[in-house]
Ligand binder design. Structure first.
Ligand code: HEM
Length: 143
């Protein structure tokens, strides 16, 4: 019998548990959302928020070799060539460098989607920041 674990609502097999882990498509939705947010955080000089989004993207990247090893090398390359310069710009609080690195990273995402036979996937920066987050680093709740 397959290894089973007892979960709150019944038993599940390790295979079922593995099957439920997010694949690339699900990881990419969160990756995009954080990438989108990172842009507007940097634009608002909310460098702490930009750095947080960057770090969460890197954490997502660490899941890739575990769940989808065939993309591991590509992800490593993307992180080296595009995420590295973004982090340097965030650490330097340098908007000009950040924006240039960000535009290059979008081109990088196109490149990797082409490389992995997904040329119909093209991330494009939304014209506005996500509406549910405060971007002003000094904001306080309205009285
Ligand atoms: C900032 C960089 C990136 C962004 C914003 C981005 C964005 C996206 C988006 C929006 C999707 C469609 C998700 C959906 O709705 O199903 C997607 C899918 C995908 N992305 Fe990315 N991506 C990036 C980098 C990469 C890199 C570096 C790789 C490869 C190493 C990659 C490989 C893929 C693959 C393979 C899919 C298709 C999912 C699947 O076949 O299961 N992406 N990406």
């Amino acid at each position: 019998m397959a290894d089973e674990i007892v979960a709150k609502h019944g038993t599940i097999t390790l295979e079922q548990l593995a099957e439920m882990q997010p694949g690339m498509a699900r990881l990419m939705v969160e990756y995009s959302q954080r990438f989108w947010t990172m842009y507007y955080a940097a634009k608002a000089s909310n460098w702490a928020l930009a750095k947080y989004m960057h770090s969460e993207m890197m954490k997502l990247g660490r899941i890739v070799p575990v769940v989808r090893p065939k993309y591991a090398e590509g992800m490593e390359e993307f992180e080296r060539d595009y995420m590295g310069p973004l982090l340097a710009a965030i650490d330097g609080k340098d908007w000009t460098a950040f924006e240039a690195a960000y535009r290059r990273a979008i081109e990088g995402s196109d490149h990797f989607h082409d490389k992995f036979a997904k040329p119909f996937i093209r991330f494009r920066l939304p014209p506005d920041p996500p509406p549910y987050l405060e971007f002003d680093p000094d904001a306080r709740p309205p009285k």
